[in-house]
Design a protein around this ligand. Structure first.
Ligand code: ZN
Length: 431
């Protein structure tokens, strides 16, 4: 626990009136006007917005196995610079995080890196091969205390396995996070199936391949009485299904990525594989539906699906390139542009969708709390003024595959505090 004391002067909690935030012993001690400076470290936060530390339900840290793309150390540095204080590390590493041993290894690497809490996600099936259930109970009982399980990268397409997984995690309040992609409908798929794919002659990934799996899984979750989380929702039809499932009172939650809130499938016309992602970029109508669903809470939260890849896997022809985009360092700025700039969410709404709700879905007890005295001092200071182009060379991630390169976005993360101690100060890593 940190013994540091910090006085954050004149920040605007959730975008409201300026206040001083006194942080000591890892906790928020006081919020209000005119706290005395004394012997404390003082940050002039005039004009900055204070938000609770962001929580990502969907990060690919790539370690162990693909340290050429990202490591826990570089990925958590990127997370801290993006304002995150906790990330869920997806299980599709090499080896796959499908045993207590591997999830504990990732959990320990996160503690060593120290910049951001790393909560491992466990695989649903052994080797993410979709044939038999992994040792979900052993991962739940391990030091990593896994509660979220996902074969992300692959879909748990077998209905019986999905049912068994939902039944299994019910016993300890876990959740199955599904990458919804009907495999037969997406064989060889390269981009969204639609007008643009027809024009470009690239094999299409139809919306129905996502929607059919989400509908089935909502029904299975209801049948079993267990919790389903839908990863990276990308279509207007998926939103309608999730809205219907929620109206029934079923335990269904969902996330949307920043890139699916801002970018459309016509970017594929450049044939630049930086825009190749799974699920693919969709249409303007899908974006409008996703934004509305995030605003009204049908989609619970934003999750980055940060998916770093080395140059050789991305800077090749479209068909051969890997799927995925980085996103940790740009997420808050993209949400600012897509949701706050459009008047769909205020900053309290951003705090809910990027901190409180993902922490709840991820069963994290130390994150997602209000900015109020007595809670852990996990917080971000964000400068909403100004706009600047995204420079991939300036990013801390080991990989450069950001689709926002050169794009002018608002805002800048100025500081991040994890349990009362800065991980980022003046927009740079503090440790
Ligand atoms: Zn996925």
């Amino acid at each position: 626990m940190s013994v540091e004391t910090w006085l954050i002067r004149g920040a605007r909690p959730l975008g409201g009136d300026p206040a001083d935030i006194l942080v000591t012993g890892g906790m928020i001690a006081e919020i209000g006007p005119g706290a005395a400076a004394g012997q404390r470290n003082v940050i002039d936060a005039d004009g900055l917005i204070a938000l609770p530390g962001l929580v990502d339900l969907h990060t690919h840290l790539r370690e162990p196995g693909r340290e050429d793309a990202e490591t826990v150390a570089t990925g958590t540095a990127a997370a801290a610079l993006g304002g995150f204080t906790a990330v869920h590390a997806m299980a599709n590493t090499e080896p796959v995080a499908d045993t207590a041993g591997v999830v504990e290894q990732i959990w320990r690497l996160g503690r060593q890196a120290g910049r951001c809490d790393v909560q491992p996600v466990g695989a649903v099936t052994v080797g993410i091969a979709g044939r038999r259930l992994a040792e979900l109970g052993a991962m739940a009982d391990s030091a990593a205390r896994v509660r979220v399980f996902s074969d992300d990268g692959q879909c748990v397409s077998d209905a019986v396995l999905m049912r068994r997984a939902l039944e299994y995690v019910k016993a300890f309040g876990g959740v199955i996070a599904q990458h919804a992609q009907e495999p037969r409908l997406t064989e060889g798929a390269q981009m969204n199936e639609g007008e643009v794919s027809g024009m470009l002659g690239l094999a299409g990934w139809p919306a129905v391949a996502e929607e059919a799996v989400i509908a089935r899984d909502c029904l299975l979750a209801a049948h079993v009485g267990s919790a389903l989380h839908v990863c990276h929702v990308s279509t207007a039809g998926s939103v309608e299904i999730i809205r219907w499932a929620k109206s029934k009172g079923w335990q269904v939650t969902a996330e949307v990525t920043p890139h699916h809130l801002l970018l459309t499938d016509d970017l594929a016309a450049s044939y630049d594989p930086v825009f190749k992602v799974n699920p693919p970029l969709r249409t303007a109508a899908d974006i409008a539906a996703l934004r509305a669903a995030l605003a009204d809470g049908t989609i619970d939260c934003v999750a980055t699906d940060h998916a770093p890849h080395p140059l050789e896997d991305k800077e090749t022809e479209w068909a051969a390139a890997a799927f995925g985009m980085t996103g940790l360092e740009t997420a808050l700025r993209v949400v600012h542009e897509a949701m706050v700039g459009t008047g769909l969410l205020d900053w309290a709404g951003v705090a809910d969708r990027m901190s409180a709700r993902p922490a709840g879905i991820g069963r994290l007890t130390a994150h997602g709390h209000p900015l109020a005295p007595g809670w852990p001092a996990n917080l971000v200071l964000y400068d909403p003024a100004g706009r600047a182009a995204v420079d991939p060379a300036a990013l801390a991630s080991k990989s450069r595959n950001t689709p926002f390169a050169g794009m002018v976005l608002p805002g800048r993360v100025m500081a991040t505090f994890l349990r009362g101690s800065p991980t980022v100060l003046d927009g740079k890593l503090a440790r």
